[in-house]
Design a protein around this ligand. Sequence first.
Ligand code: ATP
Length: 881
Amino acid sequence: MNWYELTTQETLKQTNSNAQTGLSETIAQQRLKKYGENQLTEQKQSGWLIVFFKQFQDFMVMVLLVATCIAAYLGEVIDAVVILIIVLINSLLGFFQERKAEKSLAKLREMATPIAHVLRDGKWTNIPSQEVVVGDIVKVKSGDRIVADLRILSGVQLTVEESALTGESLPVEKKSDAIKADQLSLGDQHNMAFMGSLVSTGHGVGVVVATGMQTMVGQIADLIVKAPTQKTPLEKRLQHLGKVLIVISIALTALVVLAGVWRGHPPYQMFLAGISLAVAVIPEGLPAIVTVVLSLGVQRMIKRKAIVRKLSAVETLGSTTVICSDKTGTLTENKMTVVELYVDQQSIDVSGGYSVSGQFTNKNKAALPNGLAKLLSYGTLCSNARWQEGTDGHVIDGDPTEAAILMAATKFDQNLVERNGLRRIYEVPFDSNRKRMTVVMQDEHQQHIAIVKGAPDILLDRIRSIELSGRAQPFDQVQRKRIEDQIQKMANQAYRTIAVCIKPVRASVTANHEELESGLTFLGLIGIMDPPRAEAKQAIEQCKKAGIKTVMITGDHASTARAIAQQLDLMPRSGKVLTGHDLTVLSDEELINQVEETYVFARVTPKDKLRIVQALQQNGHVVAMTGDGINDAPALKVSDIGISMGVTGTDVAKEASELILLDDNFSTIVGAVEEGRNIYENIRKFIRYLLSANTGEILVMLFAMVFALPLPLLPVQILWVNLVTDGLPALALGLDKSEKDLMEQPPRPVKEGVFARGLGFKIISRGLLIGMVTFVAFLFAYQNGQQSLEYARTIAFGTLVMAQLIHVFDCRNPRSIFDRHPFGNKYLIMAVLSSVLLLCAVVYWSPLQPLFYTVSLSLKDWLGIILLSSIPTLVFSFTKR
Ligand code: ATP
């Protein structure tokens, strides 16, 4: 069946739907169950067995397995079995880490799926797009992705870009009329909108005729390949670092093996020891831990209401130097309320706040002017906000600015809107480039009137007359000055201002927007209050301390923006405000010069945002930029971190962004920056821990070989250290809470290497000391003569493990262990305690002793071990380097 051939009524009948009430929730659920979710079937995740066996593909693990086979062949069966078990446990850990990372990434993808605005049981509601079923009535607007195949029921300036399906990149206008034709190509089906296409302009309503794999894209879904997950710059850098470390580790291990053989150790013993050592010191797990820590950090961000779409954003967030934020809804509450009206040259205060009851009082203490009702009712007619039944009484659905006007009109007179008997025949929707909206209404005598509402300063040049006490007067310079003063007065109080104008027209002029919106008659001004968010003020303060500049970018009037900026303490006294008009006269170079001292950009269009981002980037800034509309996408893409709004944002903006704010709140951005900084610092912490531990391990072996001593640690002991001491505590460091002063440091330079700020020195110095104390412990115990070699090894083993387990607490701090409560990370405490328990098990539990070649130690031995093993941490805690 060709849906485009059916009339809207026939389509509704075929889909068993109703344009007024939509589907009932029960029927929708039944259809969902019967026909499945509205999604294109995704490629399957790799099965758990595959992920498990992937762990053995690691080159070093394979070498170790071969070495184990050789050991078994030579009769060292116990060694071989123990090594095998350790490798198996290691692979299991790797397996769980990878599954966890995969699962959390899948969850992230799920959270970023689009929302559909559907009519169910007579109410407009938002549902996840997967739950849309055939027969659902769906509302779409500029910036939305179409969630299923729709037959259009009505549209206002509705154009849709469907290049993915048709190859045609220009948007196509969509209408509701049936088309009688055979075999129409998709591009010619002007009353259909297909899943995945993009609404470029206007808005409309459609009925779903196909979902999921039944849609047009579904039928070619095989062509859609899942984009491979990209590695973040840090992961790439660490992968590279890993390769360098492999070479160094192999070289050092070879040195140990050669020194051992030279000093007369049996080659076979040195071979196995060398391979175990290589396995232990090669940080092959590093990239995996980084991914796990990144994705766990991302989950913490979700708790703070920020969804990361690309993992690389986490790092960039930590380097952010400027946050460019929209004003409305992000820095302000987006709870718009009309507080002042200006009509017939009089100002009227409106009380009652965000509710339907309140008082209208003339500032001149006189009676209310006659024009008031007209201003409010025409303002409401030129708006798409509607009252609808909500769970807690009546709620307003629609744009907050328009909702504020509707609320004020209702406050003035419940029946104001119904009474005027005008019917809308045409609409030019609001868009932030034009900053105005126009409708054409028809009365019962077929007379037409255009109502234009928009930013007053933008409309001033289009006004020819002003209505005073019901009569049109010429709009001369005196009148204009009076209105300008009034706009300024309202803006100074941080009010958003809207002018309402009218013009009698012939129906035929509708196609000519220029004619429709010029020669207007001014009715009055509406002043709307949108209070700044209390938490935004704190967050801006936090940004200042963290060396991050906050810039407000808004479509609102310069004075409104300045007043809000002052309420938020966003700019210093010397701070500048630039307007969209200023930007048009500034060259790129001039903008680059001025952008540093500018804190507010007002009356800008989305296009200007791109120039602002680029100017800031030219000055070396790392820019985070918010956006919600379809026109914001280019700026979001160019900025280092594009941030879109989860509630008010369009799908296009979300797709162009790296971060989505679930609550559209500025302070969430700052929270995400903090998490970003913390995750990066945590990654540095465990790199520091792992590498200094590995340095210690290799050095103790090297020292022993150079001094012609027996092996201080046996292969199974080395592998045990690698598994237990290097495993859990490192991961726990990755989950550390941020330091108190994390947001009092300047942003980290993007080009800064992982080892910057003294990390390299810390790794080598601590590693050297860990190696030395372990060696000294071994030497003492070995030369003690009365005891066995096993005893000396157990002492060395204990010292190495304890030195690392004490050092792990030091790794939480950039300076000294005394800077921070050492037991503030409960995961670390648990990890260290379990490592200590496992150490005790290996040392004291008789079934394990022969497997790990250990003997029981006395209390005196432990005192010595603790004393020696705390040296690496204590020494540097005093020097603070
Ligand atoms: P921000 O960038 O801070 O979010 P904004 O996006 O709210 O600001 P716009 O929506 O572009 O800015 O609004 C710019 C101006 O357009 C407002 O100051 C107001 O005068 C006018 N305006 C806003 N909404 C409407 C509307 N629905 N109809 C008519 N005019 C509007």
